[in-house]
Design a protein around this ligand. Structure first.
Ligand code: ATP
Length: 465
């Protein structure tokens, strides 16, 4: 089972402290969200897992952390100033703006049962292009429309990787094929944000740019796509909820030769064909970016394509004595959407012996914000409380552990199930006699007695299984 809709996750998130509306005390912003105490742990676990898998476990990837604000020329030569647009339409009746290609994602504000444009009373304007990059100005003296001071918040992290290609290549002494991985914030002035954290104004991307010889690119594309689908399953996204979508040639981004969107079933409540939307995209960016940021290439009339760059980002192959611009395969995945997919997939309902419905978030242990909760059976008994707190302190350095005595044991178990804590450790009167505690499994609700001395090893083994 997974969540029946995103709304279920919205209310669980708010109730338990995964995600809150940003600036909620002022009515929110609709498209900006804050991660609460549990959400930040889950997001960190996703990022850690991705980084470990790519940068530590593989031997062909380096890490990077580049700036959000770059020289404006980066966005000129990347093509974003010219082409990073979405088609925008206005409704003359309700005065709202929509993204033409995403009308089915929003409801008409005046006619609730329709999408914009579907009701005979809607009156949409012709589409016009709207650049998604957030603008800002640099320097204290600049006026807001001074072109010399204009800068952008990056709409993708990738460009910082391309501009650093030469730096990383030279300092790490790499030879292609190799990749550069980066996690960081990106910003897009989305026309129709919404669907909770699915589409937000700012979001973190986990991007990999993998550099290879042009004739290796198709094979690299296939193997990275396969590796990513395996990683997604490892963090708890089931295969049945994933679908690969080959982007049609006429819809490809300006830099892409081939793009496959990995779609997740974010909308299970919708009709079969509209249940899916993009979780990640993998693109063959060819040599587009390295070439367009380089000072050397010339057009057919012998004029430099990029008169502003001071570097040539080509690669010299010592084996063949050839110099060329590597091809780039880019898998790009958002932290928000991954977190939403992980939560939706983990969501389960189970009925207890009293016939009450309980929510269990069956997160992979690696993803769980809290690994172990230590619960005293009697909080008015100082020896029990003391032992429980000691166990918490001892487990904490190796696994995220909390102590909780704010309710009856049934309620405490239910709370931990709902936030995905794999194990609860209960300290009771008998623990004072036999130095053993009860370990309860989130998924089976089975309980086992374990000696306090053996507890850490026992839990580590089960968490790492
Ligand atoms: P969409 O078609 O949904 O607007 P996109 O194709 O523009 O997405 P990419 O440019 O391929 O997205 O970005 C790579 C990844 O970054 C996406 O797969 C998604 O996970 C994430 N992402 C992109 N835009 C947003 C956003 N506004 N909010 C949250 N995540 C986003």
């Amino acid at each position: 089972m997974s969540a029946p809709n995103i709304e279920t996750i919205v209310s669980l998130s708010k109730r338990r402290g995964f995600v809150f509306p940003a600036s909620g005390i002022y009515g929110g912003l609709g498209s900006a969200w804050d991660y609460g105490p549990l959400g930040v742990e889950l997001a960190n676990n996703i990022k850690k897992s991705w980084w470990n898998w790519l940068v530590y476990e593989r031997d062909d990837i380096e890490g990077l952390d580049s700036s959000i604000i770059q020289n404006r020329l980066v966005w000129k030569y990347s093509g974003h100033e010219q082409t990073f647009h979405d088609p925008l339409v206005d409704c003359r009746k309700c005065k709202k703006r929509f993204r033409l290609d995403k009308l089915e994602d929003v409801q008409c504000p005046l006619h609730n049962e329709f999408h914009p444009g579907e009701s005979p009373e809607c009156s949409l304007t012709e589409a016009r292009e709207f650049n998604l990059m957030f603008r800002t100005t640099l320097g204290a003296v600049s006026s807001d429309d001074d072109p010399a001071a204009l800068a952008y918040l990056r709409p993708e992290t990738a460009q910082g990787i391309f501009t650093n290609f030469g730096n990383v290549l030279n300092t790490s002494r790499r030879k292609i094929p190799f990749g550069i991985a980066q996690i960081g914030k990106a910003f897009r002035n989305e026309i129709t944000p919404g669907n909770f954290i699915f589409r937000t104004l700012e979001f973190e991307q986990m991007e990999l740019e993998y550099f290879c010889k042009p004739d290796e690119a198709s094979q690299v594309f296939e193997s990275l796509l396969e590796a990513y689908t395996e990683w997604m399953q490892k963090i708890g996204i089931s295969k049945e909820n994933l679908l690969l979508y080959e982007v049609e040639p006429e819809k490809l981004a300006h830099y892409s030769k081939r793009t496959v969107d990995v779609m997740y079933r974010f909308f299970p409540e919708r009709s079969a064909e509209s249940q899916w939307d993009e979780l990640m995209g993998i693109a063959n960016r060819t040599d587009f970016d390295l070439k367009s940021h380089s000072k050397k290439p010339e057009d057919t009339e012998g004029k430099r394509i990029n008169p502003d760059s001071t570097e040539d980002l080509s690669y010299f192959d010592p084996q063949t004595n050839e110099r060329f611009y590597p091809y780039v395969i880019e898998p790009s995945i958002g932290v928000n959407r991954t977190l939403l997919a992980v939560m939706m997939d983990a969501y389960t309902e189970k009925t207890n012996e009293k016939g009450e419905m309980r929510v269990i978030l069956r997160l992979a242990p690696e993803m769980a914000p809290i690994k172990v909760a230590v619960l005293p059976l009697a909080k008015n008994k100082p020896e029990i409380v003391e032992l429980a707190k000691r166990i918490k302190r001892e487990l904490q350095p190796s696994m995220r552990t909390v102590y909780d005595d704010t309710g009856g044991i049934g309620k405490l178990y239910a709370r931990q199930d709902e936030i995905g804590t794999p194990f609860c450790v209960t300290v009771d009167h008998q623990s004072l006699e036999d130095s053993a505690v009860t370990v309860r499994d989130r998924d089976t609700w089975e309980q086992e007695r374990v000696g306090v001395d053996a507890l850490q090893t026992y839990l580590s083994e089960r968490l790492n299984k």
